[in-house]
Ligand binder design. Structure first.
Ligand code: HPA
Length: 273
């Protein structure tokens, strides 16, 4: 099992020096959702390139900054930019934002992502609250990180998603009159998008949306004891659902269109926690 404490000791010490208080909530922003940082009163913004041992972001739409700010009387830690497995990073690097949140004593975390819609009732621009995940493609790496479940089932008792946090998110959507979908997020390693036949299989096995992040981060966060919830922005029809070819521009374009709705939802969530 990887020892993140010794691997990231220096990095955590640096952030503890630079970030002035404990966050009430951490948020990881997915592809194209980075503009949310303009909605809060920023107190400190740290480029990840200035943090020792922080993996550099290689994806368009992922800025690579950690922000500390305030909204509605709450301290918020925001990761603008995420570390993906498909970029060639290992699992302990991918979960670094979660580990940092834990080390800075955040008790809650919300992970957001862009995802392809599989459920026929979903259209690009919808927001989906994750009610469960399928992370079969990343189980082995996850076990390297959190250990193999023991005979007493200890590691099987991970509380994700947090029912309490999901209730708050649903209430926020209701108050903001946002039609928040709910569903199963299916993790794929990428980096290429799926084939229509892969999507057919995922659909058959109960996946409502598909994406290349979030599952390992959410499970690790819940393992560390954070109240954890995740929201997908459905940016495109998954392969073969509409007959259209997929590309990253479509993903960022839709995320850009949906950002006002997303920002309203997250601001309401913060005011309710
Ligand atoms: N597949 C995988 N990941 C994604 C997709 C998709 O269709 N859209 C956004 N991220």
């Amino acid at each position: 099992m990887v020892n993140l404490n010794s691997k990231y000791q220096e990095l955590i010490d640096q952030l503890k020096r630079e970030i002035p208080a404990h966050p009430d909530l951490s948020i990881i922003l997915g592809s194209g959702l980075g503009d949310f940082v303009n909605e809060i009163k920023l107190i400190k913004s740290i480029p990840t390139s200035s943090i020792k041992n922080y993996p550099p972001s290689t994806i368009k739409g992922h800025e690579g900054k950690i922000h500390f700010g305030e909204y509605s009387g709450k301290n918020i830690l925001i990761f603008q930019g995420r570390i993906h497995f498909y970029e060639g990073y290992n699992i302990s690097e991918c979960v670094l934002p979660v580990f940092i949140s834990h080390k800075l004593n955040s008790k809650k975390i919300i992970l957001t992502n862009a995802a392809g819609g599989i459920n026929p009732l979903f259209t690009p621009g919808d927001l989906m609250l994750i009610e469960s995940v399928n992370g079969i493609a990343i189980k082995k790496e996850l076990s390297d990180l959190i250990g193999i479940p023991t005979i007493d089932g200890k590691n099987n008792l991970i509380n994700f998603p947090s029912p309490k946090l999901n209730e708050i998110i649903k209430k926020a959507a209701l108050l903001e009159k946002i039609d928040l979908k709910e569903g199963v997020y299916w993790y794929v390693k990428g980096p290429s998008y799926e084939t229509p036949s892969e999507i057919k299989m995922i659909k058959k096995f109960g996946g409502d949306a598909v994406g290349m992040s979030t599952v390992h981060e959410s499970i690790f966060a819940a393992y560390l004891g954070l109240e954890t919830a995740s929201i997908s922005c459905i940016t495109n029809f998954a392969a073969g659902i509409s007959g259209k070819k997929l590309n990253h521009e479509e993903v960022t374009e839709t995320a850009n269109k949906v950002k006002y709705k997303f920002e309203r939802l997250v601001k309401k969530i913060i005011s309710l926690i």
